[in-house]
Design a binder for this molecule. Sequence first.
Ligand code: UD1
Ligand code: UDP
Length: 356
Amino acid sequence: MKVLIVVGARPNFIKVTPILKEFKKYNSVKSILVHTGQHYDFEMSQIFFKDLEIPKPNYNLGVGVGSHARQTAKIMEKLEPVILREKPDLVIVVGDVNSTLAGALTAAKLNIPVVHVEAGLRSYDKTMPEEINRLLTDHISKSLFCPTETAVKNLKKEGIKKGLYRVGDIMYDTLLNSKLKAQSSKLLRRLRLKPKQYLLLTIHRASNTDNLENLRKIITTIGESGEKVVFPIHPRTKKQLKKLKLKIKNWKLRIIAPLGYLDMLVLENNAKKILTDSGGVQKEAYWLKVPCLTLRKETEWIETVKDGWNILVGQNKVKILKAIKNFQPKGPQHRHFGNGRTAKMITNILLKNYGK
Ligand code: UD1
Ligand code: UDP
């Protein structure tokens, strides 16, 4: 079975790690890794290959920055000859970034079966670029690996009934496989942080960065909370924050460069609370049992909210301040996201469906 895997952005690298490791166990599986180059800074790309021991990609398409149409089109244009040359039996795409949709479209048009890992997620907000990517990718995929029961239900509601598999969340595999290795991180010492004495903040969604008013509201509210806050900043957010020219001198807000996966895991695990608009970080907060405040009005990961470990605060000053002070998870956690053996399940299904 020859598999071509398309990755491009930070969360993609984290999601394919356990799948690539599982594939390595089988002589009959040959994998070709294609990096689109959507993310390209060392801290957004190579560091994950180092931390997670991901093999060097067979191809790097080097597409870089661009508008949605330009970036998606550039990936498609450069990926098509690679697929034609490699002739894979299937193409795997993960998550919901532009590289996901571009990879899926290119393969589907060449009649190569598309396999979507993390299928069926929905925010039901079509102004969100990721929602468009998910919807379209799911509707042209042949095998759809869903992390949760909600994801399966979402797809069935849209009339997708074949090729659905509930396999658990692939990011949970990565987290469990990395916990031990992360213990060697010296980040807390380097930043002179004491466990459970700081908040962790991440922001990068278009709705919280392109909309400068939202960004201003979030940052000033968090700054004025008086709490010690550590903020590994996404390059997109860094650019936008500069435009705001905020006076953050008197705040205990510590802005640092984006972190590698292992350092990030340690920073999450030791945070008093996490404030984020990231999908992956919401789930990691839940698995690490750290209270999470989501800086959005809705979430795809509703199980974390239903279990009482995640609260949607949007950009609302009162809600954010109240939750920083008082939000304490109450409920027990349920096994919504599987048991950390998602990569194994995916591999077994693929071998059964496409193996030769
Ligand atoms: C992308 C995904 C988003 C995902 C996020 C993960 C899309 C539409 N969005 O958002 O779903 O949650 O990745 O982090 O695919 N930049 C750099 N260096 C880099 C990468 C980006 O400076 O290595 C800057 C560039 O100015 C670029 C901007 O960040 O224009 C946005 O990058 P892009 O990949 O388009 O989207 P993200 O915001 O990273
Ligand atoms: N992450 C990281 N370093 C950071 C910020 C995030 O390693 O500085 C990890 C985080 O732990 C999670 C993943 O990146 O595993 C989430 O990616 P991101 O927030 O960029 O995208 P999303 O999940 O929202 O698509």
